[in-house]
Design a protein around this ligand. Structure first.
Ligand SMILES: [Zn+2]
Length: 220
């Protein structure tokens, strides 16, 4: 089967008991930011064609699927993804449901019982569909800069969103510029709002402004 014939339906990732997977499977043709490289997963050595082993080649942006942004993404001299403090990506996290169909706003998040040190993952209208297998949607729900500044001032250490971008440049800067880690492209379709333990481990790609990550959530 060639990659282009890969099944289009959602894939059940195998996850240890009690852990839920919030990671998008990486596959050929999945949604990607329009000016980034499209995603191709291609078999370059094929046992079916006589090769002694199968070898797959990946063509993708650092901001593919479920991934973490490094400061370098929006800060010219910012740190790369190898220097991220993994403590911001491992530990207690809260999945919050957002009702606004366009923005994650200060008005909607101010009443939430968020605390310093929290990792906050926003589940929005984006998660109503399996968007990674649909064309890029420029109308995704995003975090506005006021809300980003509020989260940073509150002492939140990580912000996660359920589409390919957390928001415009000023939103990125409010978070990355203050050392708040950003996870984008979370698969939250089957994750209920509530408290979890989170493991998010981006690949240590030297010099990269982001990296794909596996994200697991365990209800607490
Ligand atoms: Zn990104």
């Amino acid at each position: 089967m060639s990659p282009s014939e890969a099944p289009a339906k959602p894939l059940e990732l195998t996850t240890p008991a009690a852990w839920l997977d919030a990671t998008l499977p990486i596959r050929t043709g999945m949604a990607h930011w329009p000016d980034n490289l499209g995603v191709t997963v291609v078999l370059t050595h094929d046992m079916a064609a006589g090769s002694p082993a199968n070898v797959t080649e990946l063509h993708l942006s650092a901001h593919t699927g479920t991934h973490v942004d490094a400061p370098r993404h929006f800060l010219a001299d910012g740190a790369d993804v190898t220097t991220l403090d993994l403590r911001t990506l491992m530990g207690p996290a809260v999945v919050v449901s957002i009702q606004d169909p366009h923005f994650i706003t200060l008005q909607e998040i101010r009443p939430l019982p968020l605390q310093p040190g929290d990792r906050v993952l926003f589940k929005t209208r984006n998660s109503d569909s399996d968007w990674s297998q649909e064309p890029f949607n420029p109308d995704f729900v995003r975090l506005n800069a006021h809300a980003a500044h509020y989260l940073q001032a509150l002492g939140v250490v990580c912000v996660g969103v359920d589409y390919l971008s957390v928001g415009p440049a000023d939103t990125h800067l409010a978070l990355l510029g203050a050392g708040v880690t950003v996870i984008e492209g979370l698969a939250l379709q089957h994750i209920a709002p509530g408290r979890y333990d989170m493991l998010c481990l981006p690949l240590p790609i030297v010099g990269a402004d982001g990296a794909p990550a596996r994200v697991l959530l365990r209800p607490v």
